[in-house]
Write a new protein. Structure first.
Length: 85
């Protein structure tokens, strides 16, 4: 079964793990290829769901409050649907 775009976005935001993740870590954690990850990361940056930061001299992506709010809503809806289905 294929994941929806919303599920991919949730996986990317979740993969930042609150402390940040490199693009390589996101690719592996969210099970994406680099081309697709780049496309989604650009969109999430522009939309304010994640932001770039520096950790130990490396660029990492960190979820913003807007991104965390998205995850909370996503999991709330998923939980409600699981109870229904």
């Amino acid at each position: 079964m294929r994941r929806s775009k919303v599920e991919i976005i949730a996986d990317i935001i979740r993969s930042t793990n609150g402390v940040g993740a490199t693009k390589t870590q996101i690719v592996y954690r969210a099970n994406l290829n680099f081309k697709l990850a780049t496309k989604y990361l650009e969109h999430l940056l522009e939309s304010g769901y994640i932001q770039e930061a520096e950790r130990n001299g490396r660029k990492v992506f960190v979820s913003t409050e807007k991104g965390q709010a998205f995850l909370r809503k996503f999991f709330e809806i998923a939980r409600d649907l699981d109870a229904f289905l």
